[in-house]
Structure formats: C-alpha cells, structure tokens
Design a protein around this ligand. Structure first.
Ligand SMILES: *Cc1c(COP(=O)(O)O)cnc(C)c1O
Length: 420
C-alpha cells in the first residue's frame, strides 16, 4: 500500500457494526469472561486487551497505523511526546550508563535528558548532529543510545542521519530519532537505518492542536540488534518484574513490548482513547497537510529573505540554507515542513513582531493548522542556560514561525505590517 492509503486504512478492521470511523473504546478495562483467559493474557500466552494502561483497541489502531507509515515493525502510543522520549531512553539505559544526545533538540527534551534523567544516574553527552564530527569520541562501553531530531526544532537543521547510523552500527548502539517536525510525510528515519522513531503527535500528527500525544516506533528486525548485545542485558536476561520473562525468547517486537510490559505498566503516561482517536483523525490527512504547510512555509521563507530587517532565514528548502543539499537528498519532494525561523539580531524588535501579528498567534506549539509565532529564547528555551542557548543555536533575536494552512498572501500581509 502507498502512504496515502495507509494513512486512511491501515490498522483498522471493522467489527460487525461496520463503523467507517474508528470507534472510540472509552473504557478502562475488559471482560476476560474466564479466569483462564485472564491468566493467559497476563502470561502472554494469548495476546489481547488487558487494561487500558497497557493496551486499548482505539489506541492500537493508532499504533499500527503509525508503524505502517514509518515503515516500522510495531509502535506504542504514550500520553505526550515527552513521555515517549523518556520511555525510549529508559528502555535502554540505567544508572551508571550514558546516552549521547544532539545539541540541537527541542528545549523540553534537553531539560529531560540532561537534567531530570541525570537524577536517575544517566549521563547525557552532547554531540553535533549536523556534522556528527564529535560523535564517535563520546562513545564508550557504557553508551546506550544516540538521540537526535531529523529536522530540529527550532533551528530547523537536518541531521546527518547516514553518518550517525554508520557510527552507531559500528558500536552496536541503538539510535533514536525524534521525527516530530519532519513526520513520515517528509522523511522516514527507519528506512535510512535508524532503530527507533519517537514523535510528539501533539504537533503535525494531531494537526489541529487539539490533543497531546507521543509515539514510539521500532524498526523491522530490531530484535536481532538487541539479542545477545552486551549493551542491553535486560533484553536477554530474565525480567524479575515479569516473573522471569526473557524478551529475547519471544517472537515479538521486543523494544516496544518492553516499553509496554515494563515501563508503561509501572509508570503510566498512557494516552486516553479519545486522544488516540483524535490522532487517528490527524493521521488521515497528515500527508496532504504537511505538503500544504511546506508550500506556504517556502513562500514565506523566500519573502523573509528579502526583508531589510531580517539578517538570516533558516529553512532548508531555500538554496541559501546550509542544510539545503541534505534536505534535497533526504526529504520527499524537497518538502521541509511548516517551521521557519529567522534572525533579526535584536531581542526587543523580535518581541515587538510577536506583539503586532494578528493572524500569527503567540503560542508555544508547532504543527497546528493555524499559524503560530514564537520567541524561543523567552519561552520554550527559557530554562536553558546561556551556554545551552548558544550551543543549541537559539539566540535572543531568533523568531520561529509554524506556518499554518491559511492563504499565504494573508500570512505575508500579516508579517509585513508586524515587521514594519
Ligand atoms: C513538542 C515536542 C516534543 C514534546 O512533545 P509533547 O507532546 O509536548 O510532550 C518533543 N520533541 C519535539 C521535536 C517537539 O516539537
């Protein structure tokens, strides 16, 4: 099946009511009908619904559909993008070990991975995902994951995915790519050898800015990289919390299975069935929307390039952008999402633009159908130190746009009056 068909049909089999829309199973639990069935479900002798913290039929459609769209083996949905990132990392690393994370990532991911996770004894080492030049020297025998964004928020840089994957393979380390901004409409990390994809489905996948959500997708054949891998003994030795279960002995995709049976079982952060349903609605039109977002964004980026007060524009579809060649090589039809950022070199002027826009709303979100303007340094990246801000490329005068689906001429008129 092609992507546009997958987005509408994959993962859903109609029951006897033949409902065209995926039904919302707004339930906490399921009737096992017999004690034996209950026991078999818990023992994984029979796969089926157990309790909504672990699984749910509506959420399962979302999981199967994103797995198909990302060309992965299996997926698990979580309550938010942040919890998806946390689970993906916690599934690989424990106290005394380290993870290697890209410099240019979402501000919330930076605080989670460098500060909160540090208190769990996991050290984050920072590499430059644009060049991956310093990646190899950071790896040692305690390294458990390499984490980066395919298209980074808010700097809009394209990671050198091929080089990162090559180095990770050499050292048998699992790579995790946050594909929130690019989405599978533009880029499929698993097809280029990445092991695990995470999403904040709160953004383009939802598309309407109506629900938080996260997704973790594992690559086809990931089991073979985990089985017998000395970096990941917990997949190969009995799990005492699950009466001695050995993940490596099961014929199931074990990365997401372990997130489900161990992490989400114990920690929660499960999506509500209703939010899963909203994300399914979003997936149905994702490919069409991302194309339209990207077309609007390119026109705005070109307009900004010629504005007298603009010092530089970050948008990889522009020929002048340092990431242009990689974007053309990696991204479907050269589409680059709705994210555009530009430098005006002045904190006060940057803030005044936000105060004057009428269509662009001052919101800390991306991927909504409605256009958004953000000043990262004073909001999403406020909790970062001066050094962290500088190394992540978020300057005082950087303005970020999440270009929506409005008529692009109206959007340009709005920016024109706000920047005059
Ligand atoms: C928003 C975002 C997140 C966090 O997701 P939430 O759903 O808000 O928890 C993670 N990564 C990226 C790239 C994001 O844009």
């Amino acid at each position: 099946m092609q992507d546009r068909t997958i987005a509408l049909h994959s993962g859903y089999e109609k029951d006897s009511n033949k409902s065209m829309a995926v039904p919302i199973y707004q339930t906490t639990a399921y009737d096992f009908e017999s004690a034996q069935t209950a026991a078999d479900r818990f023992a994984l002798k029979e796969l089926g619904m157990i309790y909504t913290r672990l699984n749910n039929p509506t959420t399962a459609v979302l999981e199967n559909r994103i797995a198909a769209l990302e060309d992965g083996e299996a997926a698990i949905a979580t309550a938010s993008g942040q919890s998806a990132i946390f689970f993906a990392i916690a599934n690989l690393a424990q106290a005394g070990e380290n993870i290697i994370i890209a410099k240019k990532i979402y501000g919330g991911a930076t605080t989670l991975l460098t500060h909160t996770i540090k208190r769990f004894g996991i050290e984050a080492r920072v590499f430059d995902s644009d060049s991956a030049d310093n990646l190899e020297e950071l790896i040692d025998d305690k390294s458990r994951a390499i984490f980066f964004e395919s298209l980074s928020n808010p700097q809009i840089c394209v990671a050198d995915v091929d080089k990162i994957v090559k180095i990770a393979k050499k050292y048998n380390i699992i790579t995790i790519c946050d594909n929130t901004v690019a989405t599978p409409a533009i880029f499929k990390p698993l097809e280029r050898g990445v092991d695990v994809v995470v999403h904040s489905s709160s953004k383009y996948i939802s598309g309407q800015g109506s629900a938080l959500g996260g997704l973790i997708v594992e690559a086809k054949g990931l089991n073979s990289k985990l089985i017998g891998n000395a970096r990941y003994p917990h997949f190969n030795e009995p799990d005492e919390s699950y009466h001695g279960l050995v993940y490596a002995d099961l014929p199931l995709p074990m990365f997401t299975l372990r997130v489900r049976l161990s992490l989400i079982r114990d920690i929660g952060a499960t999506p509500s069935p209703y939010n899963s349903w909203l994300h399914i609605q979003g997936l149905e039109t994702l490919l069409l929307r991302v194309k339209a977002h990207s077309e609007n964004a390119l026109k705005i980026a070109q307009w900004l390039l010629h504005h007298p007060r603009v010092k530089s524009v970050n948008y990889p579809a522009l020929q002048s952008d340092p990431n242009h060649n990689r974007a053309i090589e990696y991204f479907k039809d050269g589409l680059c999402s709705g994210l555009v950022s530009f430098e005006v070199g002045d904190f006060e002027y940057a803030k005044s633009i936000l105060d004057k826009t009428e269509l662009f709303a001052v919101v800390v979100n991306i991927g909504d159908s409605k256009s958004i303007i953000t000043h990262s340094a004073s909001t999403t990246h406020q909790q970062l130190s001066k050094e962290e801000l500088q190394s992540s490329g978020v300057t005082d005068g950087l303005v970020r746009l999440s270009v929506g689906l409005e008529d692009v001429d109206d959007l340009i008129r709005d920016l024109e009056q706000a920047m005059s």
